[in-house]
Design a protein around this ligand. Structure first.
Ligand code: ADP
Ligand code: GLC
Length: 481
């Protein structure tokens, strides 16, 4: 089975969020199961650096006005295809300018990615490789299935995975001719969305199968609260979105072999104590506080609910807790957290920016990791936290609900709890969950038990990859009859 992955991010080459982790890890897990996967990415600087000097395996003189070459290289266990179009992708900001505005030519940049993927699916590469299945990810790849349908390509199956429905790729309706979109599809039953073009909607309608990254998010997506205007489109599909929970790369994220930290394992946690000390030192916290050290590693956006955390910070500090936060995004949130760190320099440490090594150190050294998201399609941070023995305190939504076993009376009685859950969007609920975290932290042997449960919880890609393999086989069988 030959599968073409198409996405806009991929660890270790280019990352703004969890999409990159998934696209960097799932193909390896699929390859281990005998699937022949190649990963097509836009030729951002970090991607092109890895295919330097490689000959093209596909090319065209004019893809939306630019020359396009696809170069292939083996990179960290991935079979990488880089779409070399410097005019479109040789930029540092993936989606936005330094000032935070969308690149004006984003519709053409990601229509190019979709167009080239569709051409490869139709005709194959010059080395003879042609996919049976295109597995597309998020709005940047939404037009692939639309183009394939318009060209009448019938023997390639298409799967679209929604990692976050709140990003849809909207653009002006007048671009439809320039983007070579079929005119008859521009209706409310098609890719039109309130008078504009919607890349993700095109993908949802035209792909054979739609999946998302957790079972709970799959259900949530059908409600107006979470569906972001596309709930009706999903509900109307004959086969609704299938939820397959993400895994994490357990080699890259292994506390026993992680070069960024003092290593440890579930059998021997002394390295974890050293990691906690080192973390306090890195943030210049005094380490005298008796309560838990809470950690946050996150994009600072409304989705992540960190404004709620600002609301409960005073009581967390009064109860003798402390906080370290690594994140960037919304300027107001950045300033508010930086301000909290200035006001409470002994107990609150904040780093505004993106830092992969520091992220590992925060998972390894914090007692608990906070994820108060308003919605969370899957969430990977709570899984990294579990693997590194930091207990997740999470909102009960999406993949957070599907991965954490709340320390309620039943779970504690059965000895299976792995963290703490609370109702999303509520400051009071977050406050109660934090209070509960303090209480359990005070009972050392109970805390250790939860830590061990969390560290042993299966979070790898083996199970999810198996589900994708089955899905590929079924989808292909249906498509080819
Ligand atoms: P999302 O994709 O919505 O941002 P996920 O939990 O799925 O949320 O994935 C976030 C990923 O990005 C994790 O790997 C997390 O460690 C990483 N991350 C987020 N912010 C930062 C940051 N400032 N520095 C380093 N890593 C970060
Ligand atoms: C998106 C979601 C996140 C998910 C990630 C990987 O960025 O916001 O919840 O874990 O994709 O699927």
């Amino acid at each position: 089975m030959r599968v073409l992955f198409v996405a806009s991010e991929c660890v270790p080459l280019v990352k703004t969020g969890g999409l990159a982790d998934v696209v960097g890890a799932l193909p390896k897990a699929l390859a281990a199961k005998g699937v022949d996967v190649r990963v097509l990415l836009p030729g951002y600087p970090g991607v092109m650096a890895r295919v330097d000097g490689k000959k093209g395996v596909w090319q065209a003189e004019d893809v939306f006005g630019k020359r396009a070459v696809v170069r292939r290289a083996a990179v960290d266990g991935l079979d990488l295809l880089a779409l070399d179009m410097p005019d479109y992708f040789d930029r540092d900001g993936l989606y936005v300018t330094d000032e935070g505005a969308d690149w004006p030519d984003n519709p053409f940049r990601f229509a190019s990615l979709s167009w080239v993927a569709a051409e490869i699916a139709r005709d194959g590469l010059t080395d003879g490789w042609r996919p049976d299945i295109v597995h597309a990810h998020d709005w940047q790849t939404g037009l692939i299935a639309l183009y394939l349908g318009a060209w009448g390509v019938g023997d390639v199956a298409t799967i679209l995975t929604i990692h976050n429905i709140s990003y849809q790729g909207l653009c002006d309706a007048t671009l439809r001719r320039a983007l070579k979109l079929p005119e008859r599809g521009f209706t409310s039953q098609g890719y039109e969305f309130y008078g504009r073009i919607n890349f993700l909607k095109a993908g949802l309608i035209h792909s054979d199968v739609v999946t998302t990254v957790s079972p709970t998010y799959a259900r949530e997506l059908e409600s107006p609260e979470f569906g972001c205007g596309l709930e009706g489109v999903l509900a109307a599909r004959q086969e609704r979105a299938i939820g397959i929970l993400n895994g994490i790369d357990t080699e890259l994220w292994d506390p026993a072999r992680d070069a960024a930290i003092e290593t440890f394992s579930v059998q021997s946690l002394s390295g974890r104590r050293a990691s906690r000390k080192a973390l306090l030192k890195a943030f210049a916290l005094d380490g005298k506080r008796s309560g838990p050290l809470f950690g946050v590693v996150s994009r600072l956006t409304d989705q992540k609910g960190l404004d709620l955390l600002l609301g409960v910070l005073p009581e967390m500090l009064r109860a003798d807790g402390s906080l370290v936060l690594l994140g960037s995004g919304d300027r107001r949130l950045e300033e508010a957290f930086a301000g909290a760190a200035r006001d409470h320099a002994d107990a609150v440490g904040v780093r505004i920016g993106y830092d992969e090594t520091l992220a590992h150190r925060i998972y390894a050294g914090s007692d608990a990791i906070l994820v108060p998201s308003r919605f969370e399609p899957c969430g990977l941070t709570q899984m990294y936290a579990m693997r590194y023995g930091a207990l997740p305190v999470v909102a009960r939504t999406g993949g957070l609900a599907d991965t954490i076993i709340d320390a309620n009376a039943a779970a504690l009685g059965a000895g299976v709890a792995t963290g703490f859950q609370f109702d999303p969007g509520s400051r009071e609920a977050l406050s109660n969950a934090i209070a509960k975290t303090f209480a359990v932290f005070g009972e050392t042997s109970l805390w250790r038990k939860l830590q061990r449960n969390a560290m042993k919880h299966p979070v790898g890609w083996n199970g999810p990859a198996e589900r994708y393999v089955d899905l590929y086989a079924e989808t292909l069988a249906t498509r080819r009859g």
